[in-house]
Design a protein around this ligand. Sequence first.
Ligand code: TYD
Length: 205
Amino acid sequence: MRRIELRGKLIVFEGLDFTGKSTQVEILAARLRETGFPVTMTREPGGTKLGETVRQVILSKEHMELLPLSELSLFITCRAQLSAEVIEPALAAGDVVVSSRYRLSSLAYQGYGRGLDLRLIEWMNEIATSGRRPDVTFLLDLSAEEALARRGEKRDRIEQEDLEFYRRVRTGYLDLTTGDKSVCKLDAAAPIDVLAGEVERFLDL
Ligand code: TYD
């Protein structure tokens, strides 16, 4: 992708927990700003006032009763708010939007992980984002074993899921992105600077 084409584009980082998405979002945003691009950084769930409140509900272990469908609805709520309040206005203004997670997370986690119908999720995603798809997705791929080996003692409601759950989510990410030319799969076991270099090269920065 040529530099000039990056304005008004949505770049998303996806992958299991503990794969270093937020680090790569920050490095890329800094690099883009240095190069002179206006940048908006976002994260899901969250990134809006309502979204940050809902994030706390989703991740809190106070709410172990959350059903898969309730969980999906809350992620979709966050996505709809973020899309309308932040992402679409920023893209319209010509910013490069760099986001940690987007639609694919719900398909991988709530679809493959929790077993909800992928068509239902895709339909909700489509409505929540007004049909917006990422221009580029960087999938930080890591085995479930390696991802969980990076997990500390302090865990939120989702991070405390077992190895099988994370295996299903990883399979989901791989299945859902196979053959998609807008997806750049990276080995998240690589050092931070190596990954950042690969991201820059892919974007021709
Ligand atoms: P994230 O913010 O990436 O975690 P952290 O800030 O701890 O690195 O995401 C929070 C959790 O929400 C993560 O376990 C993945 C999960 N998630 C879903 O299950 N579905 C979704 O649609 C999204 C956006 C996140």
